[in-house]
Design a binder for this molecule. Structure first.
Ligand code: HEC
Length: 105
């Protein structure tokens, strides 16, 4: 009986640790604006790549482009932009307004 209780507590603890880890991941996630200005904005809007904001580019297409790259654009790995960050970023790019300060290629 005692052993069963200990086992139960162990499972509960493992669950709590997992939840805490998930929470940590969510908190560490950068916002789309942060990823865009830190990574994409290095080229996009600065004459290196085409302007991608305010064009309603489909989120799936943005995700594909980021993972695979194209010509002068490098591909970005999940260790550089997490899957959750990319999902949010792609949605943001699709619905973002154009920034008049940005210039395209
Ligand atoms: C090193 C510069 C560079 C960085 C950093 C970069 N891109 Fe690009 N991107 C380009 C270039 C150059 C192209 C045009 C590629 C071609 O068609 O030859 C491009 C094309 C694209 C396109 C296709 C646009 C179109 O009109 O078809 C999308 C979408 C895109 N990039 C999204 C992103 C996102 C999102 C990020 C940030 C995670 C990013 N890029 C980071 C250089 C860059």
């Amino acid at each position: 009986m005692k052993r069963v209780l200990v086992l139960g507590a162990g499972i509960a603890l493992a669950g709590a640790a997992q939840a805490a880890q998930k929470l940590g991941e969510v908190q560490a996630q950068r916002s789309p604006e942060q990823v865009y200005s830190a990574v994409c904005g290095y080229c996009h809007g600065r004459n290196v790549g085409p302007v991608i904001r305010g064009r309603g580019l489909p989120a799936e297409m943005v995700e594909y482009q980021v993972r695979h790259g194209q010509n002068a654009m490098p591909a970005f790995r999940p260790s550089e932009i997490t899957p959750a960050e990319l999902k949010a970023l792609a949605q943001w790019v699709q619905t973002s307004a154009a920034d008049p300060k940005e210039k395209g290629q």
